[in-house]
Design a protein around this ligand. Structure first.
Ligand code: C2E
Ligand code: CA
Ligand code: CA
Ligand code: CA
Length: 279
């Protein structure tokens, strides 16, 4: 029996068996996916709220599985994390995103910044710094055009090695952001000690910003907190014009969300960049 909360026990059902079967299937397939070139990156624009310009993009992984079809990250990142495969997958993401950004810059499409998600396992890997260095060297991307997205969970356990590691990353010239800001359990004290550049307001706070006074208060407080600490702030999951107006009028620097664009395949992102430059 699987323990569910305090006094509830739930017995395995056929549905749960299928679920664990799918996990095993995914794990096996994940091991081959890199060699078979089954991963792709989609790019979601990040827009400056003052100028309306695209200033960057977040790289988001998808898995084009021959039988399962397009598998979203929520279905395999956790498994990749548990098995440690995320370290190799994450290295591929970093290299691909940097190479793509450099290619767009060389094509005259603008000096954009690409944001890449870093998992806890990657953060803990011994060759993190060497890996970053070699990708920056090989792709010749200006480190200032790379942003590494971290989550608060990375800072929860033993903070001292984390601070050191962040300073080493920072000394390479890359930007560091805190993803899903406000959803973690860590204390805010790390903000003054860690060399962070950007806070990303989690989309759960943005969703009801125009209807829920508490969410609005949280968002305006995060914006003020960021600016007082001399950090930039970007809102995630912006889906409506009302949300955008609210964020802009409260001084949020950038936004990312379906209102402007979903994450796009590289070709489509490039088309979007070319169209906007032609305006
Ligand atoms: P995340 O880092 O918080 O990424 C933002 C997610 O929100 C993306 O989901 C994006 O498609 C979605 N999103 C963007 N705008 C909107 C919006 O306006 N409304 C709504 N409802 N959703 C929006 P996606 O691509 O499915 O990724 C889910 C999560 O998977 C990511 O959350 C991230 O934690 C993880 N992930 C994705 N790519 C990678 C990767 O390369 N490495 C690692 N370690 N994790 C990744
Ligand atoms: Ca992210
Ligand atoms: Ca996020
Ligand atoms: Ca989120």
């Amino acid at each position: 029996a699987k323990k569910m909360g305090r006094n509830n026990f739930q017995f395995y059902t056929p549905a749960m068996n299928e679920e664990s079967l799918e996990r095993v299937r995914i794990e096996g397939a994940l091991r081959n996916a890199l060699e078979r070139n089954e991963f792709v990156l989609h790019y979601q624009p990040q827009v400056d709220l003052k100028t309306g310009q695209i200033v960057g993009m977040e790289a988001l992984i998808r898995w084009k599985h021959p039988e399962l079809g397009m598998v979203p990250p929520n279905r395999f990142i956790g498994i990749a994390e548990e098995t440690g495969l995320i370290v190799q997958i994450g290295a591929w993401v970093l290299r691909t995103a940097c190479a793509q950004n450099k290619a767009w810059q060389d094509a005259g499409l603008g000096r954009l910044r690409v944001a890449v998600n870093l998992s806890a396992r990657q953060f803990g890997a011994a060759d993190l710094i060497a890996g970053l260095e070699s990708v920056l060297r090989d792709t010749a991307l200006d480190p200032d055009c790379l942003e590494i997205e971290l989550t608060e969970s990375l800072f929860m356990s033993d903070v001292t090695p984390a601070v050191e590691l962040l300073h080493r990353m920072k000394s390479l010239g890359v930007n560091l952001s805190i993803d899903d800001f406000g959803t973690g359990y860590s204390s805010l004290s790390y903000l003054s000690r860690f060399p962070i550049d950007v806070l990303k307001i989690d989309r759960s706070f943005v969703a009801d910003i125009t209807h829920d006074a508490n969410d609005a208060a949280i968002v305006t407080s995060i914006i003020a907190l960021a600016h007082n600490l001399k950090l930039a702030v970007i809102a995630e999951g912006v889906e409506t014009l009302e949300q955008l107006d609210y964020l802009r009028s409260h001084g949020c620097d950038e936004m990312q969300g379906y209102f402007f664009s979903k994450p796009l395949a590289a070709e489509d992102f490039e088309t979007l960049l070319r169209q906007r430059r032609a305006l």
